[in-house]
Design a protein. Structure first.
Length: 315
């Protein structure tokens, strides 16, 4: 049996990324009901909001689901206490050191997966005993690693040095992409952008509509002096670009960014002044679909791509 399926008790080794402002209970439960692993995105939830989404998700599915927790979250202790009180079984951590909370989560019976963008951090994850690693290439939307390592380079490098189950992320939105990740050594995949642009995603319709009309090159990794972030090129991005080109200080860039910029763009639908976080792969996605249809398409296209590869003569 596939390592990821066995670890989480799911049918397919497909995890929905726990994306801020996109990954509420409707998306997470739909992915879990379709045979994958849905994740609630705690990064955009107040503690009481997370508790509410946990309750609603349990009402909507009897399948396994988890929570993604950015470790730099300002109310991290409250979030961790809620995970314990609500008997959450699967936690994906990101944006911080896995050493800080992994033992605590394990002591309370949770499976712990940490998101990394480099081989160095993957090896640290294995040292502290995480149950699996998500290796995310810089094709991904939102916050990225400073190394700017692509998924195609990152997965085989980590597979060579680490033995824990490995989940590939970044630039994966098709069955062919899943097969490619498996060929590189991944045991499963985490998909963000494709699920962010589904009917069940909590992102604003205007944000989804804008992302479904993106072309190649319409996203870019920026804000590198603060925290590298892949954004859609819009008025806000051009403000940042102009400031960076004239050598703006970190404080000025923080002032331009302000507070709530991602909520403004993704959740409220301000496609001009909002922070529109989405992956490069968005340029391949042109239709708003329900999750169940997306999952069936991923599996069908994966199997068809596998058959084509098996029919190909060896090199």
């Amino acid at each position: 049996m596939n390592k990821i399926c066995h670890l989480f008790g799911i049918q397919y080794p497909i995890i929905q990324g726990g994306m801020a402002w996109c990954s509420g209970w409707q998306l997470a439960s739909a992915v879990s009901n379709a045979g994958g692993l849905g994740l609630l995105g705690a990064g955009s939830m107040h503690p009481d909001t997370l508790r509410e989404h946990l309750h609603k998700c349990r009402q909507a599915t009897d399948k396994p689901f988890g929570v993604n927790v950015p470790l730099m979250y300002p109310e991290i202790e409250s979030i961790m206490q809620i995970l314990v009180e609500e008997n959450v079984k699967i936690v994906f951590t990101s944006a911080g050191s896995p050493k800080t909370w992994t033992d605590f989560l394990h002591e309370h019976g949770m499976k712990v997966v940490h998101v990394v963008s480099s081989l160095r951090f993957a090896m640290k994850c294995e040292e502290v005993g995480v149950d699996a690693i998500v290796a995310e290439g810089f094709e991904a939307g939102g916050h990225n690693g400073r190394e700017e390592t692509t998924t195609m380079c990152l997965i085989p490098a980590i597979r060579k040095m680490c033995t824990v189950p490995l989940i590939a992320a970044g630039g994966i939105a098709t069955g062919e992409g899943i097969l490619a990740a498996r060929a590189l050594g991944a045991d499963g995949v985490q998909i963000g952008t494709r699920f962010a642009l589904t009917e069940e995603s909590s992102a604003h319709f205007t944000f989804k509509d804008r992302c479904l009309r993106l072309n190649e090159g319409d996203t870019i990794l920026t804000l590198k002096q603060l925290a590298p972030t892949r954004l859609v090129k819009n008025d806000f991005y051009h403000q940042i670009e102009e400031a960076e080109q004239r050598g703006a200080s970190i404080d000025e860039l923080r002032n331009i960014l302000g507070r709530g910029r991602a909520k403004k763009g993704i959740f409220e639908g301000d496609i001009f002044d909002g922070e529109l976080e989405i992956g490069q792969i968005a340029s391949l996605i042109k239709r708003l679909q329900p999750v169940d249809e997306v999952m069936k398409e991923l599996i069908s296209d994966y199997n068809e791509a596998l058959r084509r590869m098996q029919d190909t003569l060896p090199l």
